[in-house]
Ligand binder design. Structure first.
Ligand code: ATP
Ligand code: MG
Length: 255
C-alpha cells in the first residue's frame, strides 16, 4: 500500500512515491476526498468495514475456487462486463456447520467488483476518455432500501414527506447507476407495495441492460417465493449465479 490508502495504488505509477503520492493528488481527492472516506467512494454507500477490499485481497480463493475464478475474471474485464450489462447473483449454499450460509465472502466479492469499476472509471475520467458526470456505481443494502420505503408511512406528516423524497431519490439513483450492487436480497418479508417498487428497479435495469450485482443468502428458486416470481425471473435473466459455501468466516474471526 502507498503512503496514503488509495484504491488506485495497484494501477498508479505514482503510488508509494512520497513526492507524488499524497493527499492533494487530483485522482485521490476525486476518489476518496480529503477525509479519505469521502469523494466518489463516500457517495457509493459502501460500509467503512469494506473500504480496502480489492481483487488482490479476495479471501476465498481456497474455500470457493470457482467463485474466485469468476469474480477475478469479471474484475479483469470490468469495463466491458458492466458495459455489456453482465450481472452476477452471489448466493450462499447452506450446510450443517453454516445453516444460513453467512460470512462466506459474498458482500466482499460484490464490493471488490464495485471498487474495480470505480477505479477504472476514475482512470477514464482523469485521462479524459469518458468523464464521470454522475455517480458511476452505488451500493445498496436491500433491507435498508426497504426501511426507507417503510419510513414514508411512519411518524408525523413532515417526516413522512421527507422520507418519501429520500426514498424516491434513492430509487432514482439505483436506476441511473452504471453498476448497482444490491446486497442481501430476499432476507425479509415484504408488502405488495414494496415488492412493486423493487420490481420496478429490477425490471428497468433488466430492460436497460444495466449491470447489477446481487448478493443473497437464498438461491434464486427461493427468491421467487420470498419476493415475487416476476423479480426472480428477471434476476435470473440478468445475472450469472455464483455460489459460495463453507464456514462463517465472520464468526470464525471473532472466536
Ligand atoms: N473464505 C474466507 N476466508 C477468510 N475470510 C473470509 C472468507 N470469506 C469471507 N471472509 C471474511 O469474512 C468476513 C465476512 O465476509 P462477507 O461480509 O463478505 O460475507 P457474506 O457472505 O456477505 O456474509 P452474509 O451472508 O452474512 O452477508 C469478511 O471479513 C471477509 O473478509
Ligand atoms: Mg453480506
Amino acid at each position: 500500500m502507498s503512503a496514503i490508502e488509495c484504491l488506485l495504488s495497484t494501477q498508479c505509477k505514482k503510488a508509494g512515491d512520497v513526492a507524488l503520492c499524497h493527499g492533494h493528488c487530483y485522482a485521490y481527492l476525486k476518489l476518496h476526498g480529503e477525509s479519505g472516506t469521502g469523494g466518489l467512494w463516500g457517495q457509493t454507500g459502501i460500509s467503512v468495514a469494506y473500504r480496502q477490499v480489492t481483487a488482490h485481497t479476495l479471501p476465498f480463493q481456497s474455500d470457493n475456487p470457482e467463485a474466485f475464478r469468476m469474480v477475478t475474471t469479471y474484475c479483469r474485464n470490468v469495463l466491458h462486463q458492466v458495459g455489456e450489462g453482465v450481472g452476477l447473483y452471489l448466493y450462499s449454499v447452506p450446510n450443517a456447520i453454516n445453516p444460513k450460509g453467512t460470512g462466506t465472502g459474498k458482500t466482499t466479492a460484490a464490493v471488490v467488483i464495485l471498487h474495480e469499476y470505480l477505479v477504472a472509471r476514475i482512470i477514464q475520467h482523469v485521462k479524459q476518455i469518458k468523464p464521470i458526470i454522475q455517480l458511476p456505481t452505488l451500493f445498496i443494502n436491500a433491507s435498508k432500501f426497504q426501511n426507507r420505503f417503510n419510513a414514508q408511512f411512519r411518524g408525523p406528516r413532515e417526516m413522512q414527506e421527507k422520507a418519501s423524497v429520500a426514498f424516491y431519490q434513492c430509487k432514482s439513483d439505483m436506476l441511473q447507476a452504471e453498476l448497482l450492487v444490491l446486497d442481501d436480497v430476499g432476507v425479509r418479508e415484504a408488502t405488495e407495495a414494496y415488492k412493486n417498487e423493487f420490481y420496478e428497479v429490477i425490471d428497468e435495469r433488466c430492460t436497460e441492460r444495466k449491470a447489477t450485482i446481487f448478493t443473497s443468502n437464498e438461491p434464486l428458486e427461493r427468491l421467487g417465493k420470498l419476493l415475487d416470481p416476476r423479480i426472480a425471473s428477471r434476476i435470473e435473466g440478468m445475472a450469472i449465479p455464483i455460489s459460495f459455501e463453507g464456514e462463517d468466516q465472520r464468526t470464525k474471526q471473532m472466536r
